[in-house]
Design a protein around this ligand. Sequence first.
Ligand code: PBG
Length: 328
Amino acid sequence: MSFPTTRLRRLRYLPQMRALTRHVQLSPSQLILPLFVRDGDGPRQEISSMPGQYQLTLADLVQEADAARRLGLGGVILFGIPAQKDELGSDACRDQGIVQRAVQAMKAAAPELLVITDVCFCEYTSHGHCGVVRDTSHGPDVDNDATLELLARQAVSHAKAGADIIAPSGMMDGMVGAIRRGLDAAGRTDMPILSYAAKYSSAFYGPFRDAAESAPQFGDRRSYQMDYAADPDQALREVEQDLAEGADLVMVKPALAYLDIIHRVRTRFPGVPLAAYNVSGEYSMIKAAARQGWLDERAVALESLTAMRRAGADIILTYWAKDVARWL
Ligand code: PBG
């Protein structure tokens, strides 16, 4: 049937009709708010490249947790900035490390709020890489297998602190399996793993590295994070591998420039809970344009987040999570 019998505008004339036929929904319960917690006290510090986002102290973090809970968000994901960094990122595995104390404090204040912990080493190491650095035939690089054991240890200490989901983000081969075995051996067969399964090496992480003080001190992350120009089916292999190792939920990251990847993963793995990370640079560029009066922040943010859902993401990690809950 075609024009004039078919007139698709009939579905759009009335706002009630548009509301009735909306297919893609954004719901606060499927948004995760990233939070940065730093050691020490004093006032919260705004991250200059991410207006409206802060490095929080433990006391402020607890308030944020409560706000997230009251707004009905799906949960929060925590990133820690330790007082001391070293070669191995030791603070990451300490039962009294910054993230472990943060989880304990949040769980004491708002036990119903879902707390996800990012499991990686780049915020804790003096060199800013995501694992143990060794000299290799191609120069200094992260030693994959030496890092696995430490990742498992970090995950177990997050679980002990009270985390609800463990989210490894370092793109080491075998990381999900190593963490799964570590958790199981510690008696935590109940602990879910959200794997950053298809994480690309991206310039969109720039502002996050200011926020988490985690920029690599030499080189870059291209030997472990994915190449954005690689065959997109490589993302499917990454996801398949992580599922085989025991991932319960998987993530594609970044989101906005990777909607095709989100869609492919959704199509190839129906039924697997899929998250997308609306990363720092995606946030900062819209914030910056809005500050100039060039874009409408709310409209552009909602359009971008809806596109991520339309591409197939169930869950979105976004710095706008609280704003969206208020906007809707
Ligand atoms: C840690 C990690 C990063 C992000 C989340 N976890 C940074 C990186 O890989 O350099 C980026 C998040 C963002 O940009 O908002 N490995």
